[in-house]
Design a protein around this ligand. Structure first.
Ligand code: CDP
Length: 208
């Protein structure tokens, strides 16, 4: 069973994807990390992140094993990832490794922006996880504070709005719910409530 989990920044999709994977015994891929790796690799090589040719070249040759998750989760890398993710050459260079992951025997859980629309359009279960920008900013604020990154709530809210606009407005694989995705708004839900709701959605879909 392939479970596609999409949604905007800090919507809770990563947590839900990990929890669904544990619940159903499936491997999980956080595809945002791939875009973050491309951005990190460009910055490490002192290359510009706004050059589509350099970014596409990096996307086809970077080594996934070369990065600890800690260096990828920072605020500025999320921003840089959304810049490189808008380049079609970067997206196409990353498609195959995502599809290979999804094609594993038994299935997989993938989370991102375009899993249900582009990477796995035939996934039997698609979730689109949302929350208000304010709730997402509060979550990201807590997450970054936990990592020791100092940032204001207002600054993070501005980041989230800018990233939403960039991710939704790009022409290649924009952030949007697949026609057959179930929308899960986690604004008013605790993590445990959101996990229970997501499991319920998956179980219902599997019964159809
Ligand atoms: O955790 P957060 O939602 O902040 O970020 P992420 O999921 O790691 O994604 C970082 C950036 O990568 C996003 O803003 C998107 O621009 C891009 N991305 C994408 O375009 N397609 C995906 N499947 C996953 C991420």
């Amino acid at each position: 069973m392939v479970i596609a989990v999409d949604g905007p920044a800090a919507s809770g999709k990563g947590t839900l994807a990990r929890r669904l994977a544990a619940h159903y015994g499936l491997p999980a891929l956080d595809t945002g990390l791939l875009y973050r790796m491309v951005a990190r690799a460009l910055l490490d090589a002192s290359q510009p992140i706004d050059d589509p040719v350099a970014a596409a070249a990096m996307a086809s040759r970077f080594d996934e094993a070369g990065f600890g998750e800690d260096v990828l989760r920072g605020r500025e890398i999320g921003e840089a990832a959304s810049v490189v993710a808008a380049f079609p050459g970067v997206r196409s260079a990353l498609i195959e490794r995502q599809r290979r992951f999804a094609a594993q025997e038994g299935g997989a859980v993938l989370d991102g922006r375009d899993i249900g629309t582009v990477i796995c359009p035939d996934a039997p279960v698609k979730l689109f996880v949302t929350a208000t920008p304010e709730v997402r900013a509060a979550r990201r604020h807590r997450e970054l504070a936990g990592r020791g990154e100092v940032a204001t709530f207002a600054g993070i809210l501005a980041d989230i709005r800018r990233r939403d606009a960039r991710d939704s407005g790009r022409s290649d694989a924009p952030l949007k719910a697949a026609a057959d995705a179930v929308i899960l708004d986690t604004s008013a839900l605790t993590v445990e409530e959101a996990v229970a709701a997501a499991i319920d959605i998956v179980d219902r879909r599997r019964r159809v």
